[in-house]
Design a protein around this ligand. Sequence first.
Ligand code: ATP
Length: 705
Amino acid sequence: MGDEDWEAEIIKPHMPSYVPVFEKDRYSSGANGDTFNRTTASSSEMNDGPSRRDHFMRGGFLSGRSMGNRDAGESNKRENTSTMGGFGVGKSFGNRGFSNKFEEGDSSGFWRGFQDGNDSEASGSSRRGGRGSFRGCRGGFGLGNPNREYEQDEGTQRTGGPFGSRRPVLSGAGNGDTYQSRSGSGSRRGGYKGLNEEVITSSGKNSWKSEAEGGESGDTQGPKVTYIPPPPPEDEDSIFAHYQTGINFDKYDTILVEVSGHDAPPAILTFEEANLCQTLNNNIAKAGYTKLTPVQKYSIPIILAGRDLMACAQTGSGKTAAFLLPILAHMMHDGITASRFKELQEPECIIVAPTRELINQIYLEARKFSFGTCVRAVVIYGGTQLGYSIRQIVQGCNILCATPGRLMDIIGKEKIGLRQVKYLVLDEADRMLDMGFGPEMKKLISCPGMPSKEQRQTLMFSATFPEEIQRLAGEFLKSNYLFVAVGQVGGACRDVQQTILQVGQYSKREKLVEILRSIGDERTMVFVETKKKADFIATFLCQEKISTTSTNGDREQREREQALGDFRCGKCPVLVATSVAARGLDIENVQHVINFDLPSTIDEYVHRIGRTGRCGNTGRAISFFDPESDNHLAQPLVKVLSDAQQDVPAWLEEIAFSTYVPGFSGSSRGNVFASVDTRKGKSTLNTAGFSSSQAPNPVDDESWD
Ligand SMILES: Nc1ncnc2c1ncn2[C@@H]1O[C@H](COP(=O)(O)OP(=O)(O)OP(=O)(O)O)[C@@H](O)[C@H]1O
């Protein structure tokens, strides 16, 4: 689509996909030449293990329901049948001739749309005023949000390619039930807010001073953010608190690992082989780590060898320690001096992640592994008082963990100098480089003082790595970077038992309650499409006497942290969330993920279901597939399910076939089928690091230089 289409999409009136609780149920129908090693992490052959079907059937999740749903026409049945599970009857779907690569949609228009729309700081501040009260399971909800003029609901990315999706820009007004299209004047248009919802805005002329997440910088209007997060507990027990690895932890060793790129150092098999200093080894032991996970076995020696790295490994398999430990080892080895109080701090390491909660979690890991050393980690993120972030930094900062917006703000305020940066880590790297955060990341590496990619070590980690993003990443990485793929790039964790149920939108709430009642008190994350809906569904569940809390990008940071805390400690066993909670969050004992609404991309699906089944523990994910809106996901879902050796419902196969288009470049991620380093495939990396379909227009090009 070109610019015009982007504009048209913005102003097109959009009906919310959700109908309030009392509305009549009207669902009636329809349902390269590089060296290449391929090995298992333990050199043993991969053991696929038994089918999960029996296991699931015994689970009694939806006891009393029909399990059979082979009929090709099933997707067109009415809701009473469409809610029936297709699980237990599906069949493996590995060889139906699906192309292994989808073609890319032209997304350059999106880039322009983003750039054009990036001239306003409105979203950060306008999000904050006049919010209706929300008390989670402890009180009433106020769904009104009269000042949400510039909100952009997340997860409505239904059209376009992996980059080209232009989400309708919505605004909730008045009582919160009325959506208004937001054509907006150019100057008031907010920036792009991506799937994980942290807002990216830029003030144009002073773009790296933008306050992306809080609106409290001097460049923005609106109420100052005063929230100061409570300090994390300082006692050793809390610092090293961890949960147990699960029964499948040892099975990680059977996962195939591919390393591509020249002269990759050999993997290590034990922590001892990493030759870390005693303090680090002590911390590793106190953290309960006795055995390396595959991504750690390969990444640690690569990083220790000073190489740039792009690593892709399944959710919950220890990517955080895979980069933190070798970075800390380097720092210790280099005899880093304790960072002291200074107005301008010059950290050696910067770690960025897309959401506030995730970056905070990474910080806690950094604090844990650097315990007893002179390395000081600091975390800064939007939604908290800017002065508080500055005070944290000036006290000393070796490792700076930051969300992009706050980082750029702090750099703009000259509290952080970049000259000493030796390690730059992009966690959830595909997200950090996509439309939402990519421009900010580009600005970061172009900031005065930031060492060039030749002078720093750049590390990228994620469970998903679309081909497009791999190409973009070339801009950030030395040309001889190594690529580690543990299992299939973008594949779902096999420890998560996945079930897809056909459920029309007007039956979803009933189905959700039924499932939650059968689950009992087990910790469950429920993902919905929009922020408004997250509050709505949480209210509904509370009314149903199911103890629930909710988090989404519209809530104050204080509320977000409270909600997560209540969920973590089990006070509220159900957390209703938008995609803001999809990535990275490592919460003990999350046994279930329910996709009340499927996300718009398969990558997001993989991340969401990865909130369970972590670190060798098992988990379950149930997704409501609404044929009215989710058909575009059928193909990639079938692929992800079959790759993870899950049963594929026959009806889903049928939908996948009926919607199959050779060379399909639809809204779901074509790159679900990417299994390798793009440098090895037919795709070639051009000198700019962009594929032709993803190449930014000339204007973007300039701004990227
Ligand atoms: N070698 C290990 N031994 C025991 N536990 C580990 C080990 N490595 C990591 N863990 C634990 O496993 C959990 C998941 O790790 P982590 O959050 O780093 O996963 P991840 O791969 O980054 O997941 P995601 O893709 O969802 O971000 C954490 O609780 C972490 O402490």
